[in-house]
Design a protein around this ligand. Structure first.
Ligand code: MOS
Length: 786
């Protein structure tokens, strides 16, 4: 086995609990005992005021105008207090949506124009949820049905496709060398078209927002958001709450660490899942508008169906991918042409072309996005944005290449291993991809696997497949305040968002380690925006970004503590060399064992506690080395030869993501990612009615996600790396990498089992039936196929 990149050490752990034993999540007890507070759980006493309940009314047309709204019957429902429509809604000011969300282009209830089916056209405010729902049913909306019905799929909106300067965070087009010419000349070629259905996040928490206007003219909002400061900005800008909410405010916070001085008091709650959708959501504004209209506090509650149109989704993607290789399978050219569907409003475009050029060595590359704005609810960030569909295409195309050349798929990838970043030749800070292949291959028994399509003892066809996983190691600006208190405990302020990923635990651990305290002496404060600017829980960056700021602040506190110890005549550490002292378990110690408790040291000091704030940035511009996390997923599938129903019998992932701060929680997140990938491969799809633009399966019964029966055996292996050459915490991004290799590995295993190459997600039973060769071991009944 070849070693990792120079300067890194890698080892594999497969034990259940790593070295330190299992540790409960910081918020674990509250979750399992039911005392954790989600927004919809918050009662009047806790919010500080009684509140009404409001529910949105949504459009049944995608285009045209609202010509009238009859609110009389709704207002006659006992308990209904008011109906908010575009006629009486507070006027909002234009906002800059840093998140690229719909609200940057289309603010709710500002005019009569319809842009998509399920758009908010009214909000019914009542004394109870029941009354609000009854009122909402009594609303009659009249439409002007003139004009085109709209286009809701890439096929129907093909005439809208056009090139773009940017596809979300990726350039719209990028090239290296002459990829077309290289492709034509390449001795071995793959050329295939792929399709990826739109789908929704389906977080288990449907979502609610509480809002109250306060006597100082500011607003208090309780919500579950992924990026605290960006949502504070949204509300502040929309309601004109002053300079703290303009771009200077954002820059001031992020770069200068200026105190927010905000009249938006956004109290962040736990999220019951989010996956990219809880950023700049419409109902943050609806709640503030409703509360303004009535002068009373209000809670806006979304129904499950409403989350499909009022929150974002991952848009439809169609792409052509061409690989050109030499006779040994070494890549020469890579040409990727994604067509991406965008919602009617907002600037978010799935960055499908962002990563394929970073995975394997190659000579020339062409990536060209086209985008069509459809008459649909907004597209937005969703788990491994762009990467999930990109890697599905790349990794199944690599499998095609391996089949053409009759080379083992792992061997083909090793031949194309990128020793440096293929885009610019920079060295990787660490890369243990080879160990990931070896570890996962070993765990699934790759070398001894049966021939594809051979029959299992249960009469089903067997197939094995694998794929590479990848995640860019991004880091965003962040700031945090760390206070070491007189009692020897610490309070850490960072407006980070817990979505279920375990960030509270990881940041607590980072704080405790940097301060030399036991973990239970650290209290995290994350709920409020009076805290320093913090990075969002987005794109596998939250723990790394915020952890960096905490680490810097904590190290500054530690330095100040040691300076006090050696300057304090009454301390046994007086006049010691501070560079020789260690802080551990709440004590400061010299090499000879002399020491003193942190609490005693601080208690003697006139200034008591020590507090420091740190601001950290990302490396804007080019750093000398490239950072990314790598992994590999191997799966075993079984396919019924008559019904063609596939099951994923075993999913094995091996990942190298730098140091794991909380190994147990990291494994849990990677496991969840692998399961999400099973959904991407076989189940997840939101179907749109091509006549009306309505999401057809907008409920948890018909929007399929993996259940326990779909998942079977999932195994996560971690190849431990120490990335301290890159960063003092030694960590890299870890989250979305769990998702991205699974679906292509499953597609490759299905091809192995059946000889059928499916190139769309989800891969449905009917697709397999339609494509299956007649020569499967058991005769098929043709009329079973659609
Ligand atoms: Mo992630 S798609 O930024 O939650």
């Amino acid at each position: 086995m070849s070693p990792t990149a120079p300067g890194t050490a890698a080892r594999t752990t497969t034990s259940a609990h790593g070295d330190r034993g299992p540790r409960p999540r910081v918020e674990g007890r509250s979750k399992v005992t039911g005392t954790a507070r989600y927004v919809d759980d918050v009662r009047a006493a806790e919010f500080g005021s009684d509140f009404d309940v409001a529910v949105p009314v949504t459009s049944t047309r995608a285009t045209g105008r609202v010509t009238g709204i009859d609110v009389g019957a709704a207002l006659a429902v006992p308990g209904v207090r008011a109906v908010l429509t575009h006629r009486n809604a507070p006027r909002l000011r234009k906002v800059l949506a840093v998140s690229m969300a719909e609200v940057g282009e289309l603010l709710p209830l500002q005019d009569d124009r319809l842009r998509y089916h399920g758009q908010c056209v009214a909000v019914v405010i009542a004394s109870s949820l029941r009354a609000a729902q009854d009122g909402a049913r009594a609303i009659a909306v009249h439409h002007d049905d003139a004009g085109a019905p709209g286009a809701f799929t890439l096929a129907d909106g093909a005439d809208r496709l056009g090139r773009v300067a940017r596809a979300g965070i990726a350039p719209g087009e990028s090239t290296a060398g002459d990829a077309e010419a290289d492709h034509r000349a390449a001795p071995v070629r793959v050329d295939r078209e792929y399709h990826h259905a739109p789908h929704h996040h389906n977080a288990i928490e449907p979502s609610a927002v509480l809002a109250r206007w306060d006597p100082d003219g500011g607003v208090t909002v309780r919500a579950a958001v992924q990026w605290h400061h960006v949502d504070t900005l949204l509300i502040g800008q929309a309601f004109g709450l002053g300079p703290a909410h303009g771009i200077p405010g954002l820059v001031g916070r992020a770069l200068l660490g200026a105190a927010p001085g905000s009249r938006v008091r956004l109290v962040n709650a736990l999220s019951g899942g989010a996956f990219g959708r809880n950023i700049n959501t419409i109902h943050l504004l609806l709640a503030c508008m409703a509360a303004k209209l009535t002068g009373r506090a209000v809670k806006v509650v979304l129904s499950r169906e409403q989350t499909f149109s009022l929150l974002s989704h991952r848009g439809e993607v169609a792409q052509r991918l061409r690989l050109g290789a030499d006779a040994d399978g070494r890549l020469i050219s890579l040409i990727q042409e994604p067509d991406v569907a965008k919602g009617a409003a907002g600037t978010y475009v799935e960055p499908v072309g962002e990563v394929p050029g970073r995975i394997y060595a190659h000579r020339s590359r062409l990536v060209r996005h086209r985008v069509a704005a459809l008459d649909l609810s907004s597209t937005g960030w969703m788990r491994a944005p762009g990467v999930s569909s990109a890697l599905f295409a790349l990794e199944t195309a690599m499998d095609d290449l391996a089949r053409q050349l009759d080379v083992d798929p792992v061997e083909l990838r090793l031949r194309n291993h990128a020793e440096t970043d293929p885009e610019d030749g920079r060295p990787w800070t660490s890369k243990s991809l080879r160990q990931c292949y070896a570890t996962a291959a070993e765990a699934i028994g790759w070398a001894e696997r049966p021939a594809g399509g051979s029959l299992r003892p249960d009469g089903r066809l067997t197939g094995y497949g694998m794929a590479t996983s990848f995640d860019l190691g991004r880091r965003f600006p962040a700031s945090a305040r760390v206070e070491l208190r007189r009692d020897g405990g610490a309070v850490v302020s960072v407006a980070a968002a817990e979505l279920g990923q375990g960030i509270l635990s990881a940041l607590t651990t980072i704080s405790a380690e940097a301060l030399g305290l036991d973990r239970d002496r650290v209290v995290l404060r994350t709920a409020e925006t009076a805290l320093p600017y913090a990075a969002g829980s987005i794109g596998s960056t939250g723990t790394f970004s915020n952890g960096t700021a905490i680490h810097a602040a904590a190290r500054a506190v530690r330095r100040a503590l040691l300076a006090r110890a050696v300057a304090d005549r009454r301390s046994p550490l007086h006049r010691r060399d501070p560079s020789t002292l260690v802080v551990e378990g709440g004590r400061v110690r010299a090499p000879d064992g002399t020491g003193e408790a942190v609490a005693d040291l601080l208690a003697r000091h006139p200034r008591g506690s020590i507090s420091r704030t740190a601001r950290t940035g990302r490396t804007f511009g080019r750093s000398a080395e490239a950072t990314a996390s790598f992994g590999a997923v191997f799966v075993e599938v079984a396919v019924d030869p008559v019904t063609m129903v596939p099951t994923v019998e075993r999913t094995v992932g091996a990942f190298a993501c730098g140091r794991l701060i909380e190994p147990e929680i990291a494994r849990s997140q990677l496991t969840g990612g692998l399961i999400w990938g099973i959904g991407q491969a076989l189940l997840e799809e939101t179907r749109v009615d091509r006549r009306t633009g309505r999401w057809l399966n907008a409920n948890l019964a018909e929007a399929l996600v993996p259940t326990q029966a779909d998942v079977r055996s999932v195994e996560v292996h971690v190849v431990e790396e120490d990335d301290t050459r890159n960063h003092p915490l030694g960590m890299k991004g870890l989250a979305e990498i769990g998702v991205v290799g699974t679906a292509p590995a499953i597609a490759n295993a299905l091809a192995d089992a059946t000889g059928v190459r499916l190139s769309s997600t989800p891969m449905r039973v009917e697709d397999l039936l339609r494509a299956a060769p007649a020569a499967l071991p058991v005769p098929r009944t043709p009329e079973v196929a659609r």
